[in-house]
Write a protein of this length. Structure first.
Length: 465
């Protein structure tokens, strides 16, 4: 069907619903602070929140290039869940028990976000229905069972494995042959969360300056066109936009992800689909999808479109290529054929941060006062909260306000990773990787064999994924 009536871009569907926030004033000139946070997304706002709650006397300034939630925090799929990028690698580097502690911290983080939203009166359309990930082919089912067993081995004793019939009792995905479900997940409205969090941070006395792009970060300095903020601690919380900072072009790759939101479905359509538990929904494809049933009765569904733009360029207004919109709609109809005629109300895109080893990290360099957190590889809605609490503890430890904590001992703390390759190798590598994943998905669907396609195995190994 035609997409001529689909709103394309405009940041995201979530902002189309909520409207852009009232603008905050830019930085008026040179100033000082105890802590300067660069980036007004989830990582930066959660960090300011926890630092100010722990030490109300701190003078904290947040600098945001556009407005709070302009990046991934206002464009994501609304998955508050316990996944963290790099856990398996951390298990190899630091031992299984260390990775189990990291996973448990992520499980607890879902509850932490829910509790803070309740305490601060943030109505983010939260519903804790867990996460359901489905398999649609024999190869996907094999990976799903391996994934389920691995999650249980990392401490998720409350995770459940379903066959085709049990899966359909939750969500009637056409062709689903099995699924795994964890209770450690919730659906939310990303923009309602980021707006509420920004308001809560300001109410605590944190200063937020918007329309203030930081062009350079160096020890004790955050440089902007309007002036420089000098602070003992400068924290980089810029995720997919990190490459725009001086000297950071190859630090984290800005991976593009795209989404669509349908028109509201009818009661009859929902009856045919099920999905009464409001689980977030994913699959076991190599080029995977993610979806939620929104509070106003739509399906918001995402996946990879154009995965990467040459030179680590980022798309600003979220506009999405028509072929990507078509590809996402094909996934929607493959999952739910009865929705073949449903309208697509909105399409948008955004970037997420991908380190070279695909591991999320949180770091404080005690010699310089520079800190950073990110590289969430698309799992940032909850991980940002854990990262922020960890940055809080690292700063309190460094400043002598507190000692080491369970969070500062987690294996992702102060993890270092090499930079991405220079262009054109970076662009060629990412394009080849996702072409391989898509080819593997097609081959698995056609062959109906239980083995993961070797193209995907090779691509994973070469990419470091």
């Amino acid at each position: 069907m035609s997409t001529s009536s689909t709103v394309n871009g405009g940041i995201s569907f979530w902002y189309a619903q909520e409207g852009a926030p009232a603008p905050r004033e830019p930085l008026p000139g040179d100033t000082t602070a105890d802590v300067c946070v660069v980036g007004g997304g989830y990582t930066g706002l959660w960090t300011a929140y926890y630092l100010k709650k722990a030490a109300p006397f701190l003078d904290i300034t947040v600098l945001e290039a556009s407005f709070c939630g302009y990046g991934a925090s206002g464009r994501n799929g609304g998955w508050l869940y316990n996944g963290i990028a790099g856990r398996d690698r951390y298990a190899r580097l630091h031992g299984h028990d260390a990775a189990v502690r990291l996973q448990q911290a992520m499980n607890d983080t879902v509850t932490e976000v829910v509790d803070v939203c309740a305490a601060e009166g943030i109505d983010a359309d939260l519903h804790r229905g867990g996460v359901l990930e489905v398999a649609l082919s024999p190869a996907q089912l094999g990976r799903l069972k391996e994934f389920h067993a691995a999650e249980v081995a990392f401490g998720e004793k409350d995770r459940e494995l379903y066959g085709a019939r049990e899966t359909a009792e939750r969500v009637r995905v056409t062709g689903a042959v099995g699924s795994t479900w964890t209770p450690h997940g919730a659906r939310l409205h990303p923009v309602k969360l980021v707006k509420g969090l920004a308001d809560a941070v300001e109410a605590l006395g944190v200063t937020i300056h918007e329309s203030t792009p930081v062009t350079e970060i160096r020890p004790k300095h955050a440089v902007t066109p309007y002036g420089t903020v000098r602070a003992p601690y400068v924290l980089r919380c810029t995720e997919g936009f990190t490459a725009s900072l001086s000297g950071q072009r190859r630090t984290w790759l800005p991976m593009n992800s795209s989404m669509i939101a349908t028109e509201p479905l009818t009661d009859a359509q929902w009856e045919s689909i099920g999905w009464d538990g409001l689980e977030t929904l994913g699959d076991m494809a190599h080029a995977y999808m993610y979806a939620q049933r929104t509070a106003d009765g739509r399906i918001a569904l995402g996946g990879r479109g154009v995965p990467y733009r040459y030179g680590s360029r980022t798309d600003n207004d979220g506009r999405t290529q028509p072929q990507t919109v078509d590809a996402l709609r094909e996934i929607l109809v493959r999952f739910f054929p009865q929705l073949a005629g449903v309208g697509i109300a909105h399409a948008w895109s955004g970037v997420l941060g991908v380190p070279r080893d695909w591991c999320a990290t949180v770091t404080l360099d005690r010699s310089t006062g520079l800190g950073w957190a990110g590289g969430y590889v698309g799992s940032g809605v909850a991980t940002t909260n854990l990262a922020a609490r960890t940055l809080r503890d690292l700063i309190q430890q460094d400043s002598g306000q507190a000692g080491p904590t369970e969070l500062t001992a987690l294996p992702w703390v102060n993890h270092r990773v090499r930079k991405w390759e220079p262009e054109p190798l970076r662009w060629l590598g990412v394009q080849t990787m996702y072409a391989a994943f898509r080819a593997a998905d097609r081959r698995e669907a056609a062959s109906r064999t239980a083995a993961t396609d070797r193209i995907a195995t090779v691509a994973n190994r070469l990419s470091g994924r």
